[in-house]
Design a binder for this molecule. Structure first.
Ligand code: PGA
Length: 257
């Protein structure tokens, strides 16, 4: 199996940080990761801080992404933001399908598939989140859930489009709980997901696809998790809010090579 995938480490700031706090965090992060060329580094602020964060990151190796995006470019859709407008702020990425969107905003696999296609057509790169709840895992439904999320969520993607897609495997029971998946649990889920992609889209797509781990990733567990052959980076929540802890994760990934 190819191992030449460039790791991707992204910070999902969720509903946190004012404009000035977001800019301060980007400004603090830049020098801490400026020497890192073997990892893609992304931060994802709230919509209101995207433009300022992207301005602060301009010219550095830090990219900026949004946490969501809609399925229409413009029109009478009060409160929504399109991928085209996200791109207009200077962002290059968008997170889609986070478990909090799936749970609190009842975003379905079909809707997320529509969002994915539309974001890609607008020229954004996408981190597409999947993952099982504790109840699903303990009920022996994990494989079925991941299969459904991959099959329905990625439906219709071409091989070329996969160049702009990463999957974030985020077991819901590990998100914000301080309970991190063990390296074995992460590796076996990532291997399973890559196998699904291999069956549906072929070897080239599966071997090139970056699969990030998310769920209480921290500086002190990043090195062990990234040493798993199918773990290609992280989507980090809590530990990404501070520039120094996020940079420590980036640097642990970079050191792994
Ligand atoms: P966490 O969040 O790192 O705080 O667990 C991860 C995520 O929700 O993306």
């Amino acid at each position: 199996m190819a191992t030449a995938r460039k790791p991707l480490v992204a910070g999902n700031w969720k509903l946190n940080k004012t404009v000035s706090e977001a800019v301060e965090t980007v400004d603090a992060l830049k020098p801490l990761v400026s020497g890192v060329s073997n990892v893609d580094v992304v931060v994802c602020p709230v919509y209101t801080a995207l433009y300022s964060a992207a301005q602060a990151a301009a010219g550095s190796n830090v990219e900026v992404g949004a946490q969501n995006g809609y399925t229409k470019e413009s029109g009478a859709f009060t409160g929504e933001v399109s991928p085209q407008l996200i791109k207009d702020t200077g962002c290059t990425w968008v997170i889609l399908g986070h478990s909090e969107r799936r749970e609190y905003f009842t975003e379905s696999d079909a809707f997320l598939n529509e969002k994915l296609h539309f974001a890609l057509s607008a020229g954004l790169k996408v981190m597409f989140c999947i993952g099982e709840t504790l109840e699903e895992r303990e009920g022996g439904k994990m494989d079925d859930v991941l299969t459904r999320q991959v099959t329905e969520g990625l439906k219709g993607l071409t091989e070329d489009q996969f160049a702009n897609v990463a999957i974030a495997y985020e077991p819901v029971w590990a998100i914000g709980t301080g309970v991190t998946a063990t390296p074995d649990q992460a590796e076996s889920a990532h291997l399973f997901v890559r196998g699904l992609v291999r069956d549906q889209f072929g070897d080239a797509v599966a071997d090139g696809l970056r699969i990030q781990y998310g769920g209480s990733a921290k500086p002190d567990n990043a090195a062990e998790l990234i040493s798993q052959p199918n773990v290609d980076g992280f989507l980090v929540g809590g530990a990404a809010l501070q520039a120094d802890s996020f940079a420590a994760i980036v640097n642990a990934v970079s050191a792994h090579g």
